[in-house]
Design a protein around this ligand. Structure first.
Ligand SMILES: [Zn+2]
Length: 485
């Protein structure tokens, strides 16, 4: 069946619309070609065929992989694998969803402790029916949320079990499947990536990740790439700072003043680069505004008992040094915007940073609820891009809103769709929802504006994969089959 249609100018579109109506809204002809409106099935097939580049993932931020004082063990040590058997509850009670259950008044781990268990995992091993009974209402209340749907759909897609059903048999099957998969973590990721049609995975890690590795570091490198968090460097000012001492020892540079701090940051970036690092990432928007002022060396106090004003000057200075390094190396810089600390997480102050470092592409993550501000920046600033990651987890409707707002306003070359998931399961659910919503948006816009499926297909391939290849400089470009562009 010929499903092609062509972009037409408005005059031809009028004639086509008339023919379309005469034909009962099924098919019409322009320029002698039989035409159809963009077809949602076509669009879904094309979008399923396009690979997905996941440029911002936190897979491994799960209790089963352990934690250190600085954060999740998987972000501190290359090749970290589970320290105990993984459970379906590790996936379900991930840092996001467990936090939102708690905020809704359900303290899952607290419940476990009042019954004499260290965690829900231990409680589940001893009294699975009791655990399911406890969770029945809290989970039902979340059935329509993005977080629950990403987790549920991902477990269903990757393990073949639908945890919507609160039956012991279903949850035990899911549990056994998760345990078995996580027994061999990185090969499991590899199989899941194939099933999800994911081309690349980039995961934020702490600077120490480039110092410490375990036996599976090579296996990890085979399935995902690191991007270095620089926000920890902004906290290395206290006079007594074991974390700074550790990094100083690794680089053989004790940062004390502007010159040694520059050398220290350069050495850390060199170490990261040697281990395949692809860029930098920070989450300062959660704790302060994104107005990073350029500071002269003489303004900065580099160590000691800093007051709030001095801390801010120090952080501004370190951030500019990191951006300068990223600019020199052509590394992109992922920055959280919106979602937390709303009074201060608008991306608009970042325009100044983008202007200072034109060879550093700024990738604004999440963006909600600052969808319009973010779009304005991306439209008008050559080195600003948007990644809608985490929007599906927050609420799929946010992604639908973003896609339709952004695509109507700025070039599709500026939009990316990572998942920002804490597990491969959550990513699988989020990716499925992302593909569905992208298909729905492009189908609706394609019909409304008489845009060819070929053009819509190329747009989908760019958003899902090619834009990230260009920004991160890894992977190969994907050309959708049958494209006419
Ligand atoms: Zn993130």
């Amino acid at each position: 069946m010929d499903r092609r249609c062509f972009f037409v100018n408005s005059a031809i579109a009028g004639a086509a619309a008339a023919t379309f109506a005469e034909n009962g809204g099924d098919a019409y002809a322009v320029n002698g070609h039989p035409l159809r409106a963009s077809d949602s099935e076509d669009s879904k097939d094309a979008i399923a065929a396009a690979p997905l580049f996941c440029a911002h993932e936190h897979w491994g931020s799960l209790d089963a992989l352990g934690a250190t004082s600085e954060g999740f063990r998987a972000d501190m040590i290359a090749g970290a694998v589970p320290v105990r058997d993984a459970s379906v509850w590790d996936i379900v009670l991930d840092p996001y969803f467990n936090g939102w259950l708690f905020a809704a008044g359900h303290d899952a781990h607290g419940q476990a402790r009042t019954r004499g268990y260290d965690s829900v995992n231990d409680w589940w091993r001893a009294q699975p029916e009791q655990v399911l009974t406890f969770f029945e209402t809290p989970l039902r209340q979340q059935h329509f949320t993005g977080a629950f749907q990403c987790i549920r759909q991902g477990i269903s897609l990757l393990h073949g079990v639908d945890i919507l059903e609160a039956s012991l048999d279903v949850w035990e099957k899911a549990d056994a499947a998760v345990k078995s998969a996580y027994n061999n973590l990185f090969p499991w990721y590899g199989r899941a990536l194939t099933r999800m049609n994911v081309s690349e995975v980039i995961r934020p890690v702490h600077p120490e990740f480039f110092l410490d590795s375990e036996a599976d570091a090579e296996a990890e490198r085979a399935v995902m790439r690191p991007i270095m968090r620089v926000d920890p460097l902004l906290e290395l000012w206290p006079a007594v700072c074991p974390r700074r001492d550790r990094l100083a020892e690794a680089t053989d540079i004790e940062p004390r003043d502007a010159a040694s701090w520059r050398a220290f940051i350069t050495a850390l970036f060199d170490l990261a680069e040697a281990k395949g690092n692809v860029g930098i990432k920070q989450l300062q928007a959660y704790t302060r505004s994104l107005d990073f002022v350029r500071r002269a060396d003489a303004e900065v106090t580099f160590s000691g008992d800093l007051n709030d004003a001095e801390k801010r000057v120090f952080q501004d200075w370190v951030m500019h040094q990191c951006c300068s390094q990223a600019h020199e190396r052509g590394w992109p810089h992922q920055i959280h915007t919106g979602t937390h600390n709303l009074a201060q997480s608008s991306p608009t102050p970042l325009a100044a940073l983008a202007a200072c470092y034109p060879r550093m592409n700024l990738v604004l993550l999440h963006c909600w609820p600052f969808l319009e501000e973010a779009a304005f920046m991306a439209k008008h600033t050559p080195n600003v891009y948007l990644d809608a990651c985490w929007q599906t987890v927050l609420n799929p409707a946010f992604l639908e809103q973003s896609l339709s707002q952004w695509l109507g306003y700025m070039p599709s070359s500026k939009v990316m769709c990572s998942q920002d998931a804490t597990s491969v399961e959550m990513a699988a659910g989020s990716a499925a929802i992302t593909r569905e919503l992208l298909s729905r948006t492009l189908t609706a816009l394609g019909r409304a504006w008489r845009i060819s499926p070929e053009s819509a297909r190329a747009c989908a391939a760019d958003i899902l994969h090619n834009n990230a290849v260009a920004v991160y400089g890894v992977g190969t470009l994907y050309e959708p089959r049958g494209t006419m562009l």
